[in-house]
Write a protein that binds this ligand. Structure first.
Ligand SMILES: NC(=O)c1ccc[n+]([C@@H]2O[C@H](COP(=O)([O-])OP(=O)(O)OC[C@H]3O[C@@H](n4cnc5c(N)ncnc54)[C@H](O)[C@@H]3O)[C@@H](O)[C@H]2O)c1
Length: 258
């Protein structure tokens, strides 16, 4: 059944957005929140299976145009081809959300270099590749909103997470530099650094670990993806997002207070 709420007058009405890692979790929630606010969407993921088309179908219920493209965001050729395809579908891309990432748990002393390299490739190199691919059209349009999903672990670190924390700290540093590079082209670049959020990414963590994490948070709550998505809407919207660039916003249950 078509969603009865009209998205046509939403704060992102008519804007064109690419969201990576949109098959599930926070990426799917951001895609839905963008659709509810009227954005036209191209959703990207590498996942086999139904997640991506399910997210697309739920977004389409808001009456917006939605397409999907499969790509591995760590691979240069796949990213360039995916952004070209997204541009064919959407025209100029106004908003890019770099959300796709992987997380594994491994202590540095035991970590194969391949695990470190893969994490940095998927979680950090991908942000560079996707940003580079959209910048020419954003620059010529004189408008763009880039939102990079980092993590509070990029600010505070965590045992067994040096590779992930390093990649996410890299995303925050990359964001600040790119924000300074492209500010005069009308493009803003920001990070969202969520705290613990209930998604499949932490699938191999035990219930005891998750409960200990929950109790360590000032708000005593693991968040939901739908509680992160509104921060992305804010950064993508006008006038709400206009004055943010190079910033890191933290929907994190109080875990980090920079
Ligand atoms: N869940 C949390 O607690 C949490 C906390 C802080 C930050 N984050 C960040 O939020 C973002 C979303 O995480 P999530 O929890 O929704 O994770 P998730 O595992 O539920 O979703 C990640 C999505 O990215 C896709 N993906 C992974 N590697 C890819 C690749 N190489 N190419 C294309 N797509 C790929 C997956 O298929 C999946 O659909 C990530 O950047 C993550 O680091 C999550």
């Amino acid at each position: 059944m078509r969603n009865t709420r009209s998205a046509a007058n939403g704060v992102l009405g008519g804007r064109a957005a690419v969201v990576t890692g949109a098959a599930r979790g926070i990426g799917a929630a951001i895609a839905l929140a963008f659709a509810a606010e009227g954005a036209r969407l191209c959703l990207l993921d590498r996942a086999e299976g139904d997640g991506l088309s399910e997210t697309a179908a739920r977004c389409a219920e808001f009456g917006v145009d939605v397409s999907t493209v499969k790509a591995d965001v760590s691979l240069e050729d796949e990213v360039d081809a995916a952004i070209a395809k997204a541009s064919e579908n959407l025209g100029a891309i106004d908003i890019l959300v770099n959300n796709a990432a992987i997380l594994t748990n491994c202590r540095v002393a035991d970590m194969p270099a391949t695990v470190f390299d893969e994490t940095v490739a998927v979680d950090l190199r991908s942000v560079f590749l996707c940003c580079r691919a959209v910048l020419p059209s954003m620059t010529s349009a004189g408008y763009g909103r880039i939102i990079n999903i980092a993590s509070q672990l990029g600010l505070r670190g965590g045992p067994g997470l040096a590779h992930y924390s390093a990649a996410k700290a890299g995303v925050i540093g990359f964001t600040k530099s790119l924000a300074r590079e492209v500010a005069e082209d009308g493009i803003t670049v920001n990070c969202i650094a969520p705290g613990p959020i209930d998604t499949p990414i932490a699938g191999d963590l035990s219930a005891e670990h998750l409960e200990a994490t929950r109790l360590s948070l000032p708000l005593r709550r693991i968040g939901l993806p739908a509680e992160v998505a509104p921060t992305a809407v804010l950064l993508a919207s006008e006038p709400g997002g206009n004055l943010y660039t190079g910033q890191t916003l933290g929907p994190n249950s109080g875990d980090v207070m920079p």
